[in-house]
Design a protein around this ligand. Sequence first.
Ligand SMILES: NC(=O)c1ccc[n+]([C@@H]2O[C@H](COP(=O)([O-])OP(=O)(O)OC[C@H]3O[C@@H](n4cnc5c(N)ncnc54)[C@H](O)[C@@H]3O)[C@@H](O)[C@H]2O)c1
Length: 269
Amino acid sequence: MKAQNKVIIVTGGGSGMGRELVLNLLGKGALVAAIDINGTALQETVQLAGSNAGALSVFVTDITDRSAIEGLAEKVISKFGHVDGIINNAGIIQPFIKVNELSYEVIERVMNINFYGTLYLIKTFLPHLLTRPQAHIVDISSMGGFLPVPGQTIYGASKAAVKLLKEGLHSELHGTNVRVTVVFPGGVRTNIMSNSGLADRMGASSSKGAQSILSADKAAAIIINGMEQNRYRVLVGKDAKMMDFLYRLNPGYAAGLIAKKMGALLSSK
Ligand SMILES: NC(=O)c1ccc[n+]([C@@H]2O[C@H](COP(=O)([O-])OP(=O)(O)OC[C@H]3O[C@@H](n4cnc5c(N)ncnc54)[C@H](O)[C@@H]3O)[C@@H](O)[C@H]2O)c1
């Protein structure tokens, strides 16, 4: 679905890829409803939108609150008249801890945001999207949604759930006006560590680490292009492409390679 003149909801629009998705969509002439739990961050996105800010509305909402999301539908539709697309982007990672040591509280929080938050948006807006001439749902999964990363097992499980949710929906919606795309980013330079309540341990804020990681605006451009091309799946970054290839060739070898590379993060918790 082309973005121009469409009304598109972006969750997690206050930071990282979500913010860049908002700015990219506005630049293409879309009308955008940005949702985030962090109101200050959303206001920064409004500032960054500059002369395009008139086409942007922001909604401070927790996507894990199902009744709030259901209430949001009325607000967004009364503001814009209709909705053509959703980009389910808001998400968090987990502390780098093995499942054996991870509390149910943390596990539920990760699943509630990454999986249930995504599901609430879809279940709330799908009946409306089916009435539109054209519509599109984009979900941001992760390279960790097909490749096991030690210390991010529950995060990976939440993103694998998003992958299968999206692939199942794609099949169920075949023959309708609603298109579906699932996105697998590799490493992208954002504040996901601090926004998830963790110290930066992947080097995203160090100058050397920062240089080697894909920027959020480039990732957003790849994602929007994937939506506009109606892609079934979008791999974001060389790392995601390479590991997707390797994982399909030899899953055990690919898992071992990542376990070796990421092992230091786990042991230094
Ligand atoms: N950064 C990466 O390397 C990377 C890699 C693969 C996948 N991803 C995925 O991409 C998506 C965006 O990540 P990012 O790196 O831009 O992160 P980010 O932390 O920069 O942005 C995420 C945004 O989601 C918002 N959010 C968190 N919980 C929320 C809730 N309950 N309700 C509403 N908003 C909420 C945060 O406030 C934040 O503004 C996430 O789903 C993440 O899992 C990121």
